[in-house]
Design a protein around this ligand. Structure first.
Ligand code: NOJ
Length: 550
């Protein structure tokens, strides 16, 4: 019998290297810092680490702008450090997944610098075009994912180049077979080093089918219909599978904004990806209109999650990552029920069908950063771009825009990991500033304190991760949602006659269970409110969660 691949049984922990652990006191996290925390990760119970980019980069988009795919950013360490990380992790049965960012490079990548010359073999690695109206206007009306025009004029080249993200992130031209060859070299280089695979950045947008004008509104990535999940995109991924992944024990995880069920099915059925991140549930509490205040709608949120559970053969489940605000602040109650709601959300994330992803700090219940005084304090390139565009409309005050972009600010999740209550939360020994401020709540919320408390969020994560290994139904069992009334959500995970019931109260109020379950009994495998007996006559406590074996 073919062995189950690791990515099906393992849980993944995402590390944002800049903010995980600083080993040399410069205020920036690094690879030796990660190595020093491997025992913590082993003890937590995760078996795959996904590292956000550690490559050479000018850091305009914090590493998602790669200047050299085969070297390490000196601030983060050396290639020897990286080799050591791979080896030390392996000793602990932990595998490393790298970030593959190949929709675009940095404008400081040598390919791009060379490509400015028309006769260079690299010219066609990117989208260089003449602009309209005598080269004075962009070649089309597309706008960037980070708002503002998707084209920038380069004086040296005398042409415009395409960037669907920031202007320092020129898009690679995937019509050119050389680009695929280069990417295959990069993939092989890292797999040969012993890594376990890749999380592929915006991988459903890489193939621009045409450069015709887009239809959408300028504020919403106009032009996206020309490059979202096109046939050519599927073919590229299929070719990577045929050439490389069909012959290797490695995982391909796609980051796929706006993916739908149909394309998702193709990604999995045709081996283009092993799993992918959908983003529908992440949009539920956001407002892209400054005049409409954002509001979380748990019912909609759960409907979306159920939809993906029921329509996708294997999900990549997550509630946080480096682009999203902290989940307890968004979906729980950070003031009154910090611990309960943190554990309830953990129960949800780790009992769904698919591979669970935990983002650094989520396991100790880290929260959003209090709002910065002014936008100048933001490091996130996305926020600064939105700020300038919104300001251009001249109808909103600076204060108003700052409030609006705060809900989109990606810095919230990027503050340093809170290890203990010593200065800089044990993240760094710097006497100066850490690259982003440490959240002032670190004396209350930190890993050391929680490691000493059997009732902590951290302790609960450890139990959950262990349980997921022990109860096969949590991995291979089917997912069946049960019709319930908000705020109660219930679903089954079933396998070979085994039945686990998961019960969640998504509110700060007591709530009643579905009547059909009243009187039934089950063994409580895990409860976030200390429940040991489960009889379905009880009311659920605020943000209660339980896993029950029926
Ligand atoms: C998705 C990454 O997660 C995000 O951080 C980045 O800004 C964009 N892709 C562009 O690479």
């Amino acid at each position: 019998m073919k062995q189950k691949p690791l990515w099906r049984s393992a849980s993944v922990y995402q590390i944002y290297p800049r903010s995980f652990q600083d080993s040399n006191g410069d205020g920036v996290g690094d690879i030796p810092g990660i190595i020093s925390r491997l025992d913590y990760l082993k003890d937590l119970g995760v078996e795959i680490l996904w590292l956000s980019p550690v490559y050479q980069s000018p850091l305009d988009d914090m590493g998602y702008d790669v200047a050299d795919y085969m070297s390490i950013l000196p601030e983060y360490g050396t290639m020897e450090d990286m080799d050591r990380l791979i080896e030390e992790a392996k000793k602990r049965n932990i595998r490393i997944v790298m970030d593959l960012v190949v929709n675009h490079t940095s404008d400081e990548h040598k390919w791009f610098i060379e490509s400015k010359k028309k006769d260079s073999p690299y010219h066609d690695y990117y989208y260089w075009r003449e602009g309209k109206k005598n080269n004075t206007l962009p070649p089309n009306n597309w706008t960037s994912m980070f708002t503002g025009p998707a084209w920038t004029f380069d004086k040296e080249a005398g042409l415009w180049y395409l960037h669907i993200y920031g202007e320092k992130q020129p898009d690679l031209n995937w019509h050119n077979p050389k680009v695929l060859e280069e990417v295959e070299k990069i993939i092989t280089f890292w797999l040969d080093k012993g890594i376990y695979g890749f999380r592929c950045d915006v991988i459903n947008q890489i193939y621009k089918e045409s450069l015709e004008d887009g239809k959408g509104h300028a504020a919403s990535a106009r032009g996206i219909e020309h490059y979202l999940m096109k046939e050519g995109n599927h073919q590229i991924l299929r070719k990577l599978y045929d050439d490389i992944f069909s012959k290797r024990d490695a995982v391909m995880i796609g980051e796929t904004f706006d993916v739908d069920y149909e394309n998702g099915r193709r990604f999995l059925d045709e081996h283009e990806l092993d799993m992918f991140f959908q983003f529908d549930h992440m949009g539920v509490d956001k407002s892209y209109n400054p005049l409409v205040p954002p509001r979380f709608k748990p019912k909609k949120f759960m409907e979306i999650i159920y939809g993906w559970q029921e329509n996708c053969a294997w999900n990549a489940n997550y509630l946080e990552n480096h682009d999203q605000r902290r989940s307890i602040t968004r979906f729980g109650d950070p003031k009154k029920y910090w611990k309960e709601s943190g554990k309830m959300l953990a129960t949800l994330n780790l009992t769904l069908h698919g591979t669970p992803f935990i983002y650094q700090g989520e396991e100790i219940g880290m929260l959003d950063l209090p709002r910065p005084e002014t936008y100048e304090e933001y490091k996130d390139v996305c926020c600064t771009r939105i700020f300038h565009v919104a300001k251009g409309y001249k109808i909103f005050s600076k204060r108003f825009i700052e409030k609006f972009i705060n809900q989109l600010n990606r810095d919230h999740a990027r503050t340093p990991m809170q290890w203990d209550d010593s200065p800089n939360a044990g993240f760094s020994s710097t006497q100066g500033q850490t690259w982003l401020p440490v959240n002032p709540n670190f004396k209350e919320i930190n890993a050391k304190k929680e490691a000493e408390d059997p009732d902590s969020i951290l302790a609960y994560y450890k139990k959950l991760l262990r349980l997921r290994k022990e109860e096969e139904a949590l991995i291979d069992g089917t997912f069946e949602s049960i019709k319930t009334k908000h705020p109660v959500y219930q679903y089954f995970r079933k396998l070979d006659g085994q039945c686990l019931l998961i019960v969640l109260n998504f509110s700060g109020k007591e709530a009643s269970l579905e009547k059909d379950f009243a009187g039934r009994k089950g063994k409580v495998l895990l409860s976030n409110v200390g429940r040991t007996d489960f009889e379905f006559v009880n009311k659920l406590k605020p943000f209660e969660a339980a896993i029950i074996k029926l």
